[in-house]
Design a protein around this ligand. Structure first.
Ligand code: GDP
Ligand code: IMO
Ligand code: MG
Length: 429
């Protein structure tokens, strides 16, 4: 019996959706524990691509899915995702999908504030997804939030809204120069959402703990990546939640002893969408090659992702912060066709060698990567299904990642499809 947390080790978009969908076959419950619809998780099954923003990526395997208290939920997005999946014949009813009564609700003013602030920051913007994530978490921390339990109780909803809206409108109008929100319009819109969502709302913590007691296997699906973590990432160019594995406990309502395994998803190179430091970023033809071959466009905003070499300074940061027990290396096929590959093993800051990821952005921005080089490969590996069949240089690249991180590679992904995977050691079997 294993309860497994899946986390991104870099800056998001490592292929968490694909790996969660794959491993969900052996899970009983799949649970999201943080973030919101800033996430875009892609699954490709029988050639069809499905992107989910809120519903856990276990839904296509027919597993019971849960949205934990640690999330911020845009009800319009959740409902349209339920509709989209249902139209595709995926069972997404309340028996299959439970939403925590304690999860926070994204309100229209949160999105307005998110976008208004970014506009005001101009060239210094964070490059958020504009989904209202930060302002919703901010209201949670300052105790002005509206939770799912409050949304589905019309009296509480109206009372809370009337309490918070004057302050929001003052800020929107007077500081951001945005249009103030209309209380009645929000009540109309959100009471319709509440009616539809009420059957989905429940106590996720109780349900997960009961499943664990019954020896069921739970898969916790992280969103974003370790270096977008609000505490441990490249602050302030981060998201507004803890993305590391420890937050699976807080964000789903389970104790730390319930977690047995933590698999970090590692893209075979590095990408980042939005602003912020990125030491191994490439601005040359190789960067363009990776961006094009890897189809590196954001699954949520469609923005072009910045691309660069694999960075084991950040990987080792992720190993420590998440307590990784294994890794899944994704998009390895994308590196085929590059003569010489580089892996960053440390940073150079002035005359100093840094092995640890610095907290100061000023220092980080001044760091230069120290690379080692490895021979690349030309072969198309996307059709290979056995580790022994991988070309020698591919295996050499994987072995070097294991040596530099001290963590075993459990899964190798060689294409977006569920079947395009080599499983060396399935953590749930
Ligand atoms: P997530 O946010 O971590 O779930 O990742 P995204 O879905 O945002 O981005 C990963 C992208 O890479 C998606 O388009 C996936 O379909 C695709 N993908 C996942 N694994 C592989 C792989 O091994 N090879 C290739 N070529 N594409 C992959
Ligand atoms: P998945 O789960 C990549 C980035 C945004 C921005 C920063 C803050 O698909 O890996 P936010 O809207 O969260 O306030 O934006 O975080 N970001 C992501 N980047 N993948 C994601 O999710 C992301 N979610 C947020 O681009 O730089
Ligand atoms: Mg994504």
């Amino acid at each position: 019996m294993a309860n497994l947390v899946i986390v991104g080790t870099q800056w998001g978009d490592e292929g968490k959706g694909k790996i969660v969908d794959l491993l969900a076959e052996h899970a009983d419950l799949v649970v999201r524990f943080q973030g919101g619809n800033n996430a875009g998780h892609t699954m490709v099954v029988a050639g069809e691509q499905i992107i989910s923003h809120l519903v856990p990526s276990g839904i296509l395997q027919g597993k019971t899915c849960m949205i934990g208290n640690g999330l911020v939920i845009d009800p319009a997005v959740l409902l349209s995702e339920i509709d989209y999946l249902s139209e595709k014949g995926v069972d997404c009813g309340p028996a299959k999908l439970v939403v925590s009564e304690r999860a926070q609700v994204i309100m229209p003013y949160h999105m307005q504030i998110d976008n208004g602030r970014e506009k005001l920051k101009g060239k210094n913007k964070i490059g958020t997804t504009g989904r209202g994530i930060g302002p919703t978490y901010e209201d949670k921390a300052t105790r002005r939030g509206i939770r799912m339990a409050d949304l589905i109780d019309p009296d509480v909803f109206e009372e809370t809204l009337n309490e918070v809206l004057p302050e929001k409108n003052f800020y929107l109008e007077k500081f951001l120069g945005e249009t103030p929100a209309d209380v009645n319009a929000i009540i109309d819109q959100y009471s319709a959402f509440a009616k539809r969502l009420a059957p989905y709302v429940g106590n996720v913590s109780v349900a997960i703990n009961k499943a664990i007691q019954q020896q069921k296997q739970v898969l916790f699906e992280g969103a974003q990546g370790t270096h977008l973590d609000i505490d441990h990432g490249t602050y302030p160019f981060v998201t507004s939640s803890n993305t590391v594995s420890g937050n699976a406990c807080c964000g789903a309502g389970v104790g730390p002893k319930s977690i047995s395994d933590v698999v970090g998803i590692v893209k075979a190179y590095t990408t980042r969408v939005g602003a912020g430091p990125f030491t191994t970023e490439l601005f040359d033809d190789t960067g363009d090659f990776i961006q094009k071959k890897g189809a590196e466009f954001g699954a949520t905003t469609g923005r072009r992702r910045r691309c660069g070499w694999l960075d084991t300074v950040i990987l080792n940061n992720a190993v420590r912060l998440n307590g990784l027990t294994g890794m899944a290396i994704t998009k390895l096929d994308v590196l085929g066709g590059i003569d010489t590959l580089k892996i960053c093993t440390a940073y150079k800051y002035k005359d100093e060698r840094l092995d640890a990821f610095p907290a100061s952005l000023k220092v980080l921005e001044a760091c230069e990567p120290i690379y080692e080089t490895l021979p690349g490969w030309d072969e198309d590996i996307s059709q290979l299904r056995r580790f022994e069949d991988l070309p020698m240089n591919v295996r050499g690249y994987l072995k070097r990642i294991e040596e530099l991180t001290g963590i075993p590679v459990q899964i190798v992904s060689v294409g977006p499809g569920r079947e395009q995977t080599i499983i060396l050691n399935n953590p749930l079997v």
